[in-house]
Design a protein around this ligand. Structure first.
Ligand code: DGL
Length: 260
């Protein structure tokens, strides 16, 4: 089974890493669309166009059978279009982990960090309203423009990144939020800093494991630790090679591709 995975940059590698650790015999091709990053500040039409271009490339070049949209923003903007356009393709999207967060919060106060585009998505807004009411939970929603760029440049715990996070998290901290949804696949890369800024025990919710299990269900690929997986990484623009190696925990050369 050939699995294609894409994101605007490094973030989707947080999902690839979990897939590599838990699947057996998977052939994964990852596209980091760094030429067009960040997606979160682009229009819906632009994000749909980027997603279609990448999907066409993965089908034509790698005979991809399963597509993982490893990006909350692209999932929100484009997944309906992709499912309609590629009806034979198995497609797995990435959505903020609202249900686990809202159902697990003891304080009944949940923070949600995501890109502006994700927080404006109709499906997200409906689910958030429905769950917040059902579980009687207060939701603290926060867009984090600029955080993806900090992560792409590898400045995970620079004074600037810490000060941005302080600005976004202070109202959650004061209100006693105990659970925070990492609603962008880049954000697990600053999980440690988020915990430090919150200054106390906080449950961070990310979705790489549910996505890996969904890939397994759809593809029939087995779960297992003795993996014989293969990974190729391509970027459409500049990428921080050092960050790729840090995320994966080993050296992995990124090749450049141009998607015309
Ligand atoms: N990792 C993407 C997401 O999950 C990135 C967003 C961006 O490029 O702004 O939303």
């Amino acid at each position: 089974m050939n699995i294609g995975v894409f994101d605007s940059g490094l973030g989707g590698l947080t999902i690839v890493k979990t897939m590599l650790q838990n699947l057996e015999d998977a052939d994964i091709v990852y596209i980091a669309d760094t030429k067009n990053a960040p997606y979160g500040e682009k229009s819906l039409k632009q994000i749909i166009d980027f997603s279609i271009k990448i999907t066409d490339y993965l089908i034509d070049t790698y005979a991809m059978e399963v597509l993982v949209v490893a990006c909350n923003t692209a999932t929100s903007a484009a997944i309906e279009h992709l499912r309609h356009r590629y009806s034979n393709l198995l497609i797995v999207g990435t959505e903020p982990g609202l249900k686990p967060a809202i159902s697990q919060s003891v304080a009944k106060k949940v923070g949600i960090l995501a890109t502006p585009a994700t927080l404006n998505g109709a499906k997200y807004i409906n689910l958030r309203n429905q769950l917040a009411q059902e579980y009687d939970v207060e939701v603290f929603e926060q867009a984090c423009p600029g955080l993806v760029q900090q992560i792409e440049s590898g400045t995970l715990d620079s004074p600037k990144t810490i000060s941005m996070l302080h600005g976004w998290l202070s109202w959650m901290k004061e209100a006693g939020v105990d659970t925070i949804v990492l609603g962008c696949t880049h954000y697990p890369l600053v999980a440690k800093v988020i915990k430090e800024v919150m200054g106390r025990e906080v449950n961070l919710i990310e979705t790489s494991m549910p996505i890996t299990k969904r890939v397994k269900e759809l593809s029939g690929i087995k779960m297992g630790q003795n993996s014989n997986n293969n990974l190729e990484i391509y970027a459409t623009g500049d990428i921080n090679q050092k960050m790729v190696d840090i995320i994966l925990g080993h050296k992995k050369e990124v090749k450049y591709i141009s998607l015309s």
